[in-house]
Design a protein around this ligand. Structure first.
Ligand SMILES: Nc1nc2c(ncn2[C@@H]2O[C@H](COP(=O)(O)OP(=O)(O)O)[C@@H](O)[C@H]2O)c(=O)[nH]1
Ligand SMILES: [Mg+2]
Length: 294
């Protein structure tokens, strides 16, 4: 049996979290079209008879701007040094750039086996593929390249087997039924953040933290969940809540439906919006809100 950890890295929005979710077969990481969707390292475990792959989702590669994005970059960097293999994800639709080749060469030089997944092939003209592969080869990338579509489920089995072949022989790292190292409470907060990412312009979700303060399973199996949505400005709070609270009601109801799917039970959800200016520049508040390294 082969087993090991695989850091999934690449630029923001490449499709890393989506790819992990389909490979693992369950939603372990939230997804949105906006950068900075993934803030933390998240583990997603895929177990088969012949191998076990523990994917580590990373926030991706950013040009740092505040303490939170710096922390996110650090998470990506330290993760890539601490694994058995690296899966570099490229957005085939956006096209491969010199910057990608540079990053791949950099990560390939860490001494950890690396392979490349070129994703979103479903929205990429098929005739572009050979050119992208040639571009990478000309730029000195020696790694194997796997074209995939997470959305259409194409090329996944080959990729999975390619990854497994790079892992060391060894026992399972996790029990068969484990798919993530994150708590239900974390996922609940993330599902709320995902809906905020989907509903509002970038400026607002990038400054939002979600903190679950109540998470109770009642005798009858239903859940009572209370959470705070923390934003950076009064003006953002007003937008998040909307006229007569309509916007918040809609976002919360959207999130609640996903929470019910995730928990397999009815959820009673209470949400409040609070303002904490500049929390993204406070190491203490970032920790208090549950982001960043332990
Ligand atoms: N068409 C298509 N879109 C994808 C695919 N994979 C991811 N996406 C979209 O790309 C955006 C970014 O995905 P995400 O997984 O959050 O990227 P990450 O920042 O690298 O984790 C989301 O809107 C996804 O729905 C794919 O295979 N095909
Ligand atoms: Mg992500």
């Amino acid at each position: 049996m082969r087993s090991g950890t695989v850091a999934v890295i690449g630029r923001a929005n490449a499709g890393k979290s989506t790819l992990i979710n389909v490979l693992v077969g369950e939603k372990v990481a939230i997804v949105s079209p906006k950068p900075q969707t993934t803030r933390d390292r998240i583990l997603g475990v895929l177990t088969r008879e012949a191998y076990q792959i523990a994917f580590v989702d990373t926030p991706g590669i950013y040009k740092s701007r505040n303490v939170l994005t710096e922390d996110m970059m650090k998470t990506t960097e330290t993760t890539s040094r601490d694994v058995d293999a690296i899966l570099y994800v490229l957005d085939g639709h956006a096209g491969v750039r010199e910057e990608d080749a540079q990053l791949i060469r950099k990560y390939a030089s860490l001494g950890v086996p690396l392979l490349v997944a070129l994703t979103k092939t479903d929205i990429m003209p098929a005739e572009n593929l050979p050119a992208e592969v040639k571009f990478l080869a000309d730029a000195g990338v020696e790694a194997d390249i796997y074209p995939v579509s997470a959305r259409r489920g194409r090329g996944l089995k080959k990729l999975e087997e390619g990854i497994a072949a790079m892992l060391p022989e060894g026992d399972k790292l996790f029990p068969d039924d484990v798919v993530s190292d994150r708590s239900e409470k974390f996922m609940i907060a993330e599902l709320m953040r995902e809906k905020i990412l989907l509903k509002y312009d970038e400026e607002i979700p990038h400054g939002v933290a979600v903190v679950v303060h109540t998470f109770k399973r009642r005798e009858n199996g239903t859940y009572e969940i209370g959470l705070d949505i923390i934003c950076e400005k009064q003006a953002h709070k007003a937008i998040l809540i909307g006229k007569q609270g309509r916007a918040l009601k809609e976002t919360a109801s959207f999130a609640r439906q996903d929470m019910e799917k995730f928990l397999g039970a009815k959820v009673f959800l209470t949400t409040y919006v609070k303002v904490r200016e500049d929390w993204r520049d406070s190491e203490r508040l970032i920790k208090e809100f549950g982001y960043g390294e332990d």
